[in-house]
Design a protein. Structure first.
Length: 278
């Protein structure tokens, strides 16, 4: 079988879809520092923040800084907060970050199958590829993809699920590659062209058959040639049996289906060109 995600050459269509190159570690470090500083500021009262500002003015004056601009003052306030939080230097952060990212790229870190389809395909995606994950219940899959420098867009109809997902991504230092949106399935889809789609059938419980078909059809149309859809295997009660991977298989009539030795989901690969044989 030809590997649809291996040895791909740069494609203008992918660049047009919004894919970006992987950030440098220095950029990730700066974002980590700014994120921690902003979180600290949000927890302060106005009086506490003004007190830090006064401290910054005194320190700058002691340093013979006669021209106090607003930008200079704000930068020094950030330095004071960084000092208070004892945030790590770049070399120390780099060492810990590398160990964290290595762990996050292991499926077992997220409770995922080590030999599952997600574990096989995620390393084949290129930095900056776009992945759409449907359902906040598939957050471990979304963060696993983000750890591989994939641009991940998580969609769910529940606001609380989306907010929890965003908070988890921040805590895992993966927010740069992760975005979550509340959408109504079957009615609207962000303008993205994914290379990979992971769908949690449980997220479609309560939707009509028409909305489910419209959502999947929209994702199929937007997926780049050679892209992969993974319908995750989740325990489904009898009333939502129509949401199992086997039941959704009929919606992928012209896609090539990967035959697996054991149950665990549905993998469908989009033809490289219209009308290609499946």
């Amino acid at each position: 079988m030809v590997n649809p995600l291996a040895d791909r050459t740069p494609d203008p269509a992918r660049r047009a879809s919004g894919a970006r190159s992987a950030p440098t570690q220095r950029q990730e470090y700066q974002e980590f520092i700014l994120q921690r500083i902003e979180e600290y500021k949000e927890a302060l009262t106005r009086e506490d923040l003004l007190a830090i500002g006064d401290e910054a003015v005194r320190e700058l004056e002691r340093g013979d800084q006669y021209l106090l601009t607003e930008v200079l003052l704000l930068e020094h306030v950030d330095r004071i907060i960084q000092r208070r939080l004892r945030l790590p230097s770049f070399p120390r952060w780099k060492q810990k970050h590398r160990a964290l990212r290595d762990a996050q790229r292991e499926p077992t870190h997220w409770g995922l199958e080590s030999d599952g389809a997600l574990a096989r395909y995620a390393p084949r995606l290129e930095a900056g590829d776009i992945a759409v994950v449907v359902g906040a219940g598939a957050l471990p899959a979304a963060l696993f993809l983000a750890a591989h420098d994939v641009e991940v867009l998580l969609l769910d109809q529940d606001l609380s699920g989306v907010e929890s997902a965003e908070q988890r991504a921040v805590g895992e230092q993966l927010a740069r590659r992760f975005q979550a949106l509340v959408v109504r399935f079957g009615s609207w889809m962000p303008d993205v062209c994914p290379m990979f789609v992971a769908l949690d059938p449980a997220a479609l419980a309560g939707t009509t058959a028409r909305d489910r078909a419209a959502l999947i059809h929209d994702l199929q149309q937007r997926t780049l040639p050679g892209g992969v859809h993974l319908v995750l295997s989740t325990p489904s009660p009898s009333e939502v049996i129509a949401l199992t991977p086997e039941a959704l298989r009929r919606l992928y009539g012209d896609w090539r289906l990967e035959r697996r030795k054991r149950a665990g989901g549905l993998v469908a690969i989009k033809p490289e060109r219209p009308g290609a044989s499946t």
